[in-house]
Write a protein that binds this ligand. Sequence first.
Ligand code: FES
Length: 264
Amino acid sequence: MADNEEKTKSEGQPAKSEGQPASPPAPVPAPAQKTAPPAAQPAPKPPPAVQPRAPLTKPPPKPPAPGRRNFLKIMTVVGGILGITPFIPYGAFFTGGGAGSSLERQRIQKSDAVFANVNNMVPDSAAIFVYPRTNDPKLDAEPFRRYQLIRLAGAHGGDSREVSSFRAYSMICVHLWCLWDYVPGREVVIDDQNIVGNLECPCHGSNYNVLNGKAYIGPAADQTPPNDALASLPLEVDAAGDIWVTPPNTSFDQNGIVGIGREV
Ligand code: FES
């Protein structure tokens, strides 16, 4: 069962906007002056129809040039994000996990302060944890450090004590940065495969495949890769059964970048 009591969904939520302003209506040309012969004035043109307001969305990433692929992806996606969420100190997370920390090997400490172990996490359950953990309460409260460790349902190999039973995903939804939650026992069908357990964002309905962190429904699923999958963390299980994060590779084709995405 997820540690819902620790989750503060309001943190890290992006600023809401009512959308982009609609385009101003085109001026209606005045009827031409006529001197003779007097004739009936042309009927005034009806005003142009008001276009509906476009919803505020991040612009989709554009195909990058091969040699500078990751850099351009970051710039394209971040450019859109900067315009709508200027208040979040996300910059440091793009390059090293945030201020006052480094991406080092750490034993996972659940929100109840107990270290995560194969013996204290049952299949089809999740635990919120902080990475990188600094032990500074203010830094460790940052939403961009928040992950969920998920032990897969038995149907997906979660009965095993091996690291293959576990997944760790950033809780930052790659749509507009709300925090998703794991719903144990939820049965969904993704690409004709029955899946038990689901990652659901409460803001706009994006759902992510628990097996790989890729959005399969909702606005995040409509975004261009790598902007459609959650950043992840590599894990290992030691001889005592404790579960560790090993230093992630923030390339898009590896663990990806929090809030931006990962190639799946
Ligand atoms: S922030 Fe929009 S679906 Fe998650």
